[in-house]
Design a protein around this ligand. Structure first.
Ligand code: HEM
Length: 371
């Protein structure tokens, strides 16, 4: 199915046949705001569907882009040869060549920052979800046609990209990462933000995300235009599991009405990586939420969880459904595919020559370093 067909399915999404609701156990006590979605009247939305379609577009771009990446666009190749690697640039700037251990120190600092959310009474007790969203939004702008975008130049630092509707709320994550940057000024923003995504997934009990440094800081002129959409005709069956796996990122975090217009979490454990997003999609009955805000679904039983129309389409489109169902039934399979897809997503558009190692690294979690 092409991207335009996908959008059409989103628009036409119909209700599933009623399913037998089954009791669920709340798995993460730290999920402090769970009831707030039930008791608080939903505020008015400030945004339309545009962002969500753009977001889905970016996923498809990412998926498609990976498969054409090996042939690499000329402009990306030129950028790669013209510019020094991240490590070289860091050396010039700070007369310092960071080792793997130095990157692990940055990882540990990020892990510490994630937990500060608990002290600040932020959302569900971790900054992990919003930091993962930053990593995804800085990578998902990659455009295979022009070889531009992606995490390489970290152009979301610049207006107007920083103010694109799809990036609403990410100033929170960029601000947190800035604190880390001050302690480790030698790291590029693209490396920092993607490493943030790696730390978020790994520290929230997710799979290891292979990662390596080498991104360099770019300029405002390299910022990407708003609403990047994929070339629908490039869609291919073998991309689908990657797109579906990436969507499982919605196991984490929540929507904020003052950011996207949507409201609420997808799962009962929004600061733990699980396959619950997929399980809930199939196990619960989803109905359109009656409210003033943008069209979103809520679970019929508790009315406290949400799904975006683009999430729901994973159960409606046959070729997506196949993978979504497989992930619902097998968390190990989801972890394996999510890890591979996120790792590739974070490298989209980064010229291979810039990476400091030929293979991505597997970084230890904070707990693993203690044992
Ligand atoms: C299929 C395309 C996607 C669409 C349309 C989409 C859309 C959205 C929207 C509307 C929000 C709510 C933002 C807010 O109000 O704070 C959100 C949040 C989030 N998204 Fe996505 N997203 C997509 C793909 C992804 C991917 C690929 C990942 C990661 C691999 C991801 C990770 C997240 C996370 C972790 C949050 C929660 C952020 C928070 O709690 O602050 N999303 N997404």
């Amino acid at each position: 199915m092409s991207f335009s067909a996908l959008r059409a399915s989103v628009r036409k999404a119909v209700f599933p046949a009623p399913t037998v609701a089954r009791a669920r156990v709340q798995r993460v006590p730290a999920f402090r705001r769970f009831n707030s979605t039930q008791s608080t009247p939903p505020p008015s939305p400030n945004k339309s569907y545009t962002g969500i379609y753009a977001g889905f577009g970016a996923v498809a771009v990412a998926g498609v882009a990976f498969y054409v990446y090996s042939s690499q666009s000329d402009s990306a190749k030129a950028a790669g040869t013209a510019l020094k690697s991240g490590a070289q640039a860091a050396k010039v700037a700070a007369n310092f060549v960071p080792t793997k251990e130095d990157y692990i120190k940055v990882y540990n600092k990020i892990a510490q920052v994630l937990d500060e959310a608990g002290d600040n009474d932020y959302d569900d007790g971790s900054y992990g979800p919003v930091i993962l969203r930053l990593a995804w939004h800085c990578s998902g702008t990659y455009d295979k046609e022009t070889g531009t975008g992606g995490s390489n130049y970290a152009t979301m630092r610049f207006a107007p990209e920083s103010a694109h509707g799809a990036n609403n709320g990410l100033q929170v994550a960029r601000g947190l990462m800035e604190k880390v940057k001050q302690e480790f000024p030698w790291i590029s923003y693209g490396d920092l933000w993607t490493l943030g995504g790696v730390a978020a997934v790994q520290e929230m009990s997710g799979p290891k995300i292979p990662w390596r440094p080498g991104r360099i800081d770019g300029f405002a002129a390299q910022a990407t235009p708003d609403g990047r959409l994929p070339d629908a005709s490039q869609g291919a069956a073998h991309l689908r599991n990657e797109i579906v796996a990436l969507s499982g990122g919605h196991a984490l975090g929540r929507c904020h009405s003052d950011r996207s217009g949507y409201e609420g979490p997808w799962t009962f454990s929004p600061i733990t990586v699980t396959n619950d997003f997929f399980k809930l999609l199939f196990d619960e009955t989803w109905v359109w939420k009656k409210w003033e805000g943008p069209k979103q679904l809520e679970d019929k039983k508790t009315r406290s969880l949400m799904m975006l129309p683009t999430d729901y389409v994973l159960t409606q489109d046959k070729s997506f459904k196949k993978f979504a169902k497989a992930y619902a039934q097998d968390q190990d399979l989801f972890f394996k595919d999510f890890s591979a897809a996120v790792s590739r997503l974070f490298e989209l558009g980064v010229p291979t020559q810039q990476f400091v190692s030929s293979e991505p690294w597997i970084l230890p979690t904070v707990d693993e370093q203690k044992s």
